[in-house]
Write a protein that binds this ligand. Structure first.
Ligand SMILES: NC(=O)c1ccc[n+]([C@@H]2O[C@H](COP(=O)([O-])OP(=O)(O)OC[C@H]3O[C@@H](n4cnc5c(N)ncnc54)[C@H](OP(=O)(O)O)[C@@H]3O)[C@@H](O)[C@H]2O)c1
Length: 356
């Protein structure tokens, strides 16, 4: 991946065919007169066609084939390319459910809604989201995928194989596929994309539901050799959803157990704290607000102070005071052990889901 064939239109109207690992840098070299003898003195130059090839050898072969074409044939592929570019969106989302919809919102914020298209099994759901955000809604999955640079697959893990195999013929080397499915590895998904016309880049992202309000914790991992620019493009599209960090694929299931499933564990804890507040005499709504705002502040303290949570806990506990009495009650009831086991159970389930 990462080798390109390109066509330049020179200032005098002549066409130049070349291949390179970085079209924009090469075009700049041509423009400055250091690109090739042919383009020297024929500026300004404009890139009018680019095609990504799997490797350097394939790019050289394609370059030789294009060089043999008549001018009229070259103009035809340039015109077709321009037409494709005109219709091309930056991002397509297949699946607009609980996790897909927040990411669509993020991409619309990052790129502008006119650069985003969505498709969903129940069409009305995609239409509703598109109407709300001002993005496009496609007739079907394939037409959405065919018109986007980055295709996000946001269906349940058990649906992913069918969707990937359905989309593969509509995908090419110039595109990037992003899976958000828990558990499914890059290798497994790559196998399902085998029917693609050209191999798209492949990235896995694990988001969590707070992405819906821009406070998500998202992890990203990409296949080895994925061009940096492709990864950066995906990161930029997701940035409005929250914090995005790159991790090794081997850490993905553990990340998902902590950050993907974690919100449910925290909600359980917040509900229980509010129950305790109600038992102690607070109205339910007030108890809920106090518990949630407290958790927000405590989480920010961990992130912003850089202190270990144990130290922050010690700073709240005065000798013989009420907090240490509460901490002791949590310990008696195996609170920390329960939290550890929750993450471990989620991790093992992620592993199971990934065994397809
Ligand atoms: N929820 C989370 O907290 C979370 C966190 C991290 C990762 N994830 C991952 O996110 C993915 C989606 O999960 P979710 O919670 O968003 O599930 P969801 O709410 O059920 O959404 C899945 C969406 O995919 C659509 N869909 C199903 N089959 C389709 C097909 N063949 N073509 C087009 N659309 C199709 C469904 O359409 P209908 O409207 O017809 O049902 C639904 O809108 C999963 O792979 C999951 O592992 C979820």
């Amino acid at each position: 991946m990462g080798w390109w064939v390109y066509l330049l239109r020179c200032g005098d109207g002549t066409l130049y065919t070349g291949s390179t690992g970085d079209v924009d840098r090469r075009a700049a070299a041509h423009a400055s007169g250091r690109g090739a003898k042919y383009t020297r003195g024929r500026g300004p130059v404009e890139v009018v066609y680019r095609e990504e090839c799997p490797d350097k050898g394939a790019a050289l072969r394609r370059e030789a084939a294009i060089k043999k074409l008549r001018r009229s044939e070259k103009l035809k592929i340039i015109a077709e390319y321009a037409e494709r570019r005109r219709n091309m969106k930056r991002a397509a989302f297949i699946g607009t459910g609980n996790m897909g919809a927040p990411l669509v919102r993020a991409a619309c914020a990052a790129l502008g809604p006119e650069q985003v298209v969505v498709a969903n099994r129940t069409r009305a759901k995609a239409d509703q989201l598109a109407a709300e955000l001002g993005c496009g809604a496609a007739e079907d999955n394939r037409s959405a995928a065919a018109q986007a640079e980055v295709v996000f697959l946001c269906v349940k893990p058990q649906m992913l194989r069918a969707v990937a195999e359905e989309l593969a013929p509509a995908l090419g080397a110039g595109q990037t596929v992003v899976s958000i499915a828990a558990g499914l590895t890059l290798g497994t998904i790559r196998g399902w994309l085998a029917g693609a016309a050209g191999a798209p880049a492949l990235v896995r992202v694990m988001p969590n539901t707070p992405a819906a309000i821009g406070r998500g914790m998202l992890a990203l991992t990409a296949e080895e050799g994925t061009p940096e620019a492709r990864i950066r493009a995906v990161e930029a599209m997701l940035a409005p959803a929250g914090r995005v960090e790159r991790i090794a694929e081997g850490q993905m299931d553990a990340f998902s157990a902590v950050a993907g499933c974690g919100p449910a564990f925290v909600y359980l804890f917040l509900e229980a704290l509010a129950d305790g507040g109600v038992a102690a005499g607070l109205p339910r709504q007030q108890a809920m607000t106090y518990a949630a705002q407290m958790a927000l502040g405590a989480a920010a303290m961990v992130l912003e102070s850089g202190k270990h949570p144990g130290q922050l806990k010690d700073e709240v506990c005065s000798p013989g005071g009420s907090t240490i009495a509460g901490v002791a009650a949590l310990e008696r009831n195996g609170f920390r052990s329960a939290a550890i086991q929750a993450v471990e159970a989620a991790y093992h389930r992620n592993e199971e889901l990934g065994r397809v």
